[in-house]
Ligand binder design. Structure first.
Ligand SMILES: Nc1ncnc2c1ncn2[C@@H]1O[C@H](COP(=O)(O)OP(=O)(O)OP(=O)(O)O)[C@@H](O)[C@H]1O
Ligand SMILES: [Mg+2]
Length: 335
């Protein structure tokens, strides 16, 4: 396929679940793309549909009554409606996913090394010794100390940070072009989190992989991502180059998320401002802008569902910039 096409191009992806006799839209008309060797962040509060979006793309939602519409082209291949058989071929080899809790990726009864060896051997004809050499190399690349010995340990014998590194090693074992990382650092302390983010940032150079990084933390996006998509209540609130979004957020929700990042330098405030209220449950989404009930800038135009409009280098689902009332720009380095 031509190199100028995005690696993943998602258009109008919608996911609904059947509940109490009706289809409840969870993710609505979400569009984004991931370029080669790029890190795209998907950010939003709990329940905004980040995981459902990723799971739909990976063919991992099989709840009864689920409806997935729209398109997700991966290297030109349509993933929406793809058979489980074809997904099995893609997963692990072309697209890998890592989760918040590495214990879900590993079986407790086998060593870490054995499990990574097997993953390699499922996808290619390679000897046991060849697979183990690759496993040790991968663990070493992921910063695991003494990788030969660590490979012979069981998941519960490793610290959380080491398990996370081992899981990324396993996800990379077949050199996928896309790694989907769903909250990969939430359970880790700040120092280990920074090391894992560093690892993800370097994957594009060392492995040529793109990363779709899911997080609720704008600080993580600031440290890692090239572009960002902000989800609110299953819809895109804003998307664009990370740097531009941080400098001049277009959506009040993005601005509020940025305000809740702890400062990198200087004294830490006693309490960070958090956004008052909570996102509406999917069954109770208002017909207009879903953020309106929590928005400082709400006015009557917000009763109509805003569509995405171009705002500088971003796309923003808010009438403020369109009406000539952008949010105030942020001080350089504020995030
Ligand atoms: N199998 C399911 N059936 C019905 N509703 C579901 C199902 N899975 C998820 N949901 C609903 O979809 C919405 C989005 O969930 P999702 O897990 O994608 O959120 P998220 O952004 O990943 O949140 P978090 O930050 O907590 O991980 C939630 O309201 C959730 O209750
Ligand atoms: Mg989630």
């Amino acid at each position: 396929m031509p190199d100028d096409l995005p690696l993943l191009e998602v258009r109008d992806l919608s996911v609904s679940f059947r509940s109490r006799g009706r289809d409840v839209p969870i993710v609505e008309n979400v569009s984004f793309s991931v370029d080669r060797q790029e890190i795209l962040g998907i950010v939003g509060e709990s329940g905004s549909g980040k995981s459902v979006t990723a799971m739909a793309i990976m063919g991992l939602i099989d709840a009864p009554g689920v409806k997935i519409t729209g398109s997700a082209l991966f290297r030109g291949q349509e993933l929406v409606g793809l058979s489980q058989r074809s997904f099995r071929h893609l997963r692990g080899r072309e697209i890998s996913m890592i989760f918040q809790d590495p214990m879900t990726a590993f079986t407790p009864v086998y060593t870490i090394g054995w499990q990574i060896d097997e993953q390699i051997r499922v996808h290619e004809a390679i000897s046991r010794t060849g697979a183990r050499a690759r496993t040790v190399q991968l663990l070493g690349d992921m910063g695991v100390p003494d990788p030969e010995r660590t490979a012979n340990r069981y998941p519960h014998q490793l610290s959380g940070g080491l398990r996370q590194r081992a899981m990324i090693a396993m996800a990379l074992s077949c050199n996928p072009s896309l790694l989907i990382a769903d909250e990969p650092t939430t359970a880790l302390d700040v120092t280990v989190q920074a090391q894992i983010l560093d690892l993800l940032r370097n994957l594009r150079h060392n492995y040529g992989s793109s990363v779709l990084l899911i997080t609720h933390d704008m600080g993580v996006v600031a440290e890692t991502c090239d572009r960002v998509m902000v989800l609110y209540s299953g819809r895109v609130a804003e998307r664009g180059p990370a740097e531009a979004v941080f400098r001049q957020p277009g959506h009040p929700y993005t601005g509020a998320l940025l305000d809740s990042i702890p400062p990198l330098t200087g004294p830490r405030p006693e309490r960070l401002p958090s956004i008052a209220g909570a996102p509406p449950p999917p069954l109770e989404r208002p017909s207009g802008c879903a953020f309106a009930p929590r928005c400082h800038y709400v006015h009557e135009s917000c009763m109509i569902l805003p569509s995405l409009i171009a705002y500088g280098t971003q796309d923003v689902a808010c009438v403020l910039p369109a009406e000539g009332h952008p949010l105030p720009p942020r001080a350089a380095g504020a995030a």
